[in-house]
Design a protein around this ligand. Structure first.
Ligand code: CP
Length: 304
């Protein structure tokens, strides 16, 4: 049995295979509409979510399966002190596959060690969010038609942003990838990502605080929200939350085929005047999330 806890659990061939299946689902939806008949997905969300939980549920429904679950710790027996390990042992008797989001880093890994059904990490603290990364890779493949030869700007909260850590890890496998890491000093990318991922894989990167400095070089601009829920000090959050606001003016020197991404939810970091720009891909990105999750459910349930 296979789980997905970290994007590193998947080989490059497996990632490419998931992207191919997702593209086939987009092109041939009817072919997949009964693939999961009789199967159930449980969504165990101990932390808030809109896209991840609902796209998982929509994905299972589009595959002909059913869904059950909870959307907050307070509406489950976690509120009475039940452990994650006990919960997944029980849910394994009710569902064939589990998608779990938890504020504690490592909780989905603990769940996987005790579970009799596949566990998908739908986000654990500031750690990992592998299905967001798969969503991002499908978006890049569909919008740029390649996963290599790209200069990628990542902007905002690079310290706490789990989507950024997973994206950099995944993209570092492909050839001729360069990163422009745009953040305030306090929210710089952690040293372990620089050493263990970027430097280890000889990936070229530049760090800057200026969103416009390298704008004309970028093929992709990946904006992120400052992660309020990860801050210990509210004053720091207030000081940093509006550090970057992407607007039409800042895009003046950008390439015509720039792809602007954001895992969403957005707060202020992309002005709504960018939404109508043909380079804004973030709402399409959220939709691609459903298709890659359909491909992942099929893979983990070993359904062809
Ligand atoms: N991108 C993302 O994880 O969104 P949600 O928090 O709404 O699931």
């Amino acid at each position: 049995m296979k789980h997905l806890i970290d994007i590193k659990d998947l080989s490059t061939e497996e990632i490419d295979g998931l992207i191919e299946v997702a593209k086939d689902i987009i092109a041939n939806k009817e072919k997949y509409s009964k693939k999961c008949e009789g199967k159930k997905l449980a969504t165990l969300f101990y932390e808030p979510s809109t896209r991840t939980r609902l796209s998982f549920e929509s994905a299972m429904m589009e595959l002909g399966g059913n869904v059950l679950g909870f959307s907050s710790a307070n509406s489950s027996s976690a509120a009475k002190g039940e452990s994650v390990a006990d919960t997944v042992r029980v849910i394994g008797g009710y569902a064939d596959i589990i998608a779990m989001r938890h504020p504690k880093e490592g909780a989905p890994l603990v769940a996987a060690m005790k579970s009799e059904v596949p566990i998908i990490n739908a986000g654990d603290g500031g750690h990992n969010h592998p299905t967001q990364t798969l969503t991002d890779l499908l978006t890049i493949q569909c919008e740029k038609h390649r996963l290599s030869d790209l200069t990628i700007g990542v902007c905002g909260d690079l310290k706490f942003g789990r989507t950024v850590h997973s994206l950099i890890t995944a993209m570092s496998r492909y050839t001729n990838i360069k990163f422009v890491l745009i953040s305030p000093n306090e929210l710089k990318i952690p040293d372990y990502i620089k050493k263990d991922v970027l430097e280890k894989n000889n990936i070229e990167y530049i760090e800057t605080q200026d969103i416009e400095e390298y704008m004309s070089d970028l093929d992709i601009l990946y904006m992120t929200r400052v992660q309020k829920e990860r801050f210990f000090n509210e004053d720091d959050y207030i000081r940093l939350k509006d550090y970057y606001i992407l607007n039409k003016e800042k895009l003046e020197k950008a390439k015509e085929d720039l792809c602007i991404m954001h895992p969403l939810p957005r707060v202020n970091e992309i002005s709504t005047d960018v939404d109508d720009d043909k380079r804004a891909c973030y709402f399409k990105q959220a939709k691609y999330g459903k298709y890659i999750r359909m491909a992942l459910i099929l893979k983990l349930l070993e359904i062809n």
